[in-house]
Write a protein of this length. Sequence first.
Lengths: 265, 339
Amino acid sequence: MHTIVCVKQVLDPEIPPAKFKIDPEAKKVVPPPGVPPVISLFDERAVEAACRLKDKHGGKITVISMGPGKAADVVKHAVSMGADEGFVLQDEAFESLDSFGTAHVLGKAIQKIGEYDLVLCGRQSADWGNGQVGSILAEILGIPVVTLAGDVEVVDEKLRVKRMVKDGYEVLEAPMPSLVTVSNEIGLPRLPAGMRIMIAARKQIPVWTAQDIGAESSQLDKANAHSEVTGLSVPTRKTECEIITADTPSEAAVNLALKLVKIIE
Amino acid sequence: MNGGNSMDGHKGVLVCGEIAEGGLAPVTIELLGLGRKLADELGEDLSALLMGSQTSGLAKEAIACGADKVYVAEDSLLDEYNSDAYTQVAADLCREALPSIILLGHTDNGCDLAPRLNGRLGGGLAMDCLALSVDAATKSLVSTRPVFGGNAHAEMVSKSVRPQMATIRPKTVSPAERNESRQGEVVPVEGKIDPSALKVKVVERVKEEEEGVKLEDAEVVVSGGRGIGSAENFEMLRELAHVLGGAVGATRPACDEGWAPMTLQVGQTGKVVSPKLYIAVALSGAIQHIAGCLGSKYIVAINNDKEANIFNVAHFGIVADHKEVLPALTTKFKELLSA
């Protein structure tokens, strides 16, 4: 079984709010110095899902990441978790692509990789969170898609996916190959063991450019973008927190209840 | 397919409706209200698409809520949400009706349908929008949505392609005002669903009935974080939630510790809630958690660290150990609410 996982490096979402800065002119986030980017949370869970399938059925995991700078680090992180191989997709032409452009690049890379049984993506990225690359990619590859997976299994050569919905879950059966987007309900990603970290550190991660994968320049042209960020701002919050004080915490609690009861009634 | 649609011929606003318990889902009524405003501003029509096995009875309701035209797709294969079938029907209709704007709810099914539909139509899609407006000069749709876990808001515009699509977070816009005397046209959607295009099969649907109110629907949410300390200690939150007729939520670290099920996680990587009252207990207020509760009308923080970030977004706070606050709070509410 060959699983391809698409991962993205993002600004660490656990940084304190004070460190979050934007450049409103460039409509970009200014990465805080000294804080390394991390693998996007749902993408890490997608790698975990792939590793669980490999633990059970064997096979191979290939990881791809489109991104500038040290995108190889998130690929290596996936290798340390259990992936076998990885590629970085890097080119000036890939910068600030919209979801269609991103899906085009990933699609071309996947076609270059060749045969596969399953493509996994995170439900959405932890930065821009557009939440659509996976579905567009499936349309491009011409394969079925299942979103919001809380579990992925293989039963009788078919995928069995638990899709999380508001009041429970659905069990869906999809043929292989299909694309599945993974949600947090799948559970915690594994901690890489020491040996795997060493393997990952030494792993060569080839870099593919637009030319290497045969990306079409019309699909990368910003003038053809399907959507464009025209503004970026930090919302102002005008909350003034009223601290309820009293001689004891339980008296403060009573005072708080008296204030809140008017709100909820 | 993904070459992008030209702008020619696209006109009007289309709401992709959802049906819940035999009626229009609350989010659909909100979308009709918003869609009506956008359509009036553009001087164009508002239409709605209703997919299901028994939908024609609901067309009147959509018209009362502002639709000029309602497309009704009735088929037993549409009885419950099926991604392949819904995408096929919606894509076929949109190729024919050529709406300029398509609105969907940011729900489990809207989040599944919108990107697939957009993948086929080659438009521009903004997910999880908080506000939509029309640019006065270009008449393009401007979608405002949270990015970076709610730390920033981005404005997105599709300058050169149509349709312009958006999913709207439930409870962010006011529902349409009903007018039973409104007139509209009901158009049955012809054309059969091609069963060979249904690649993914639904094996079963499992409803997990949580005790009490659902987290997303609750008017009051009591959430706990790492400071709660153990699964047993979550019981204190459950008691308070129970007295208030609310639901319990949890932060990512608390879920990761196994103190609360993953389904109760509130935040960027969990559920987004917007209750009237959000009581945040022993949680610091990490960015990604705040992203899930910032839409709450009132936020209350109970934390023994007065520097915790949660106090920056809270309206009321108590700086104390929650174990000394919660029992008194629960008792007092019980007394006040039974009076």
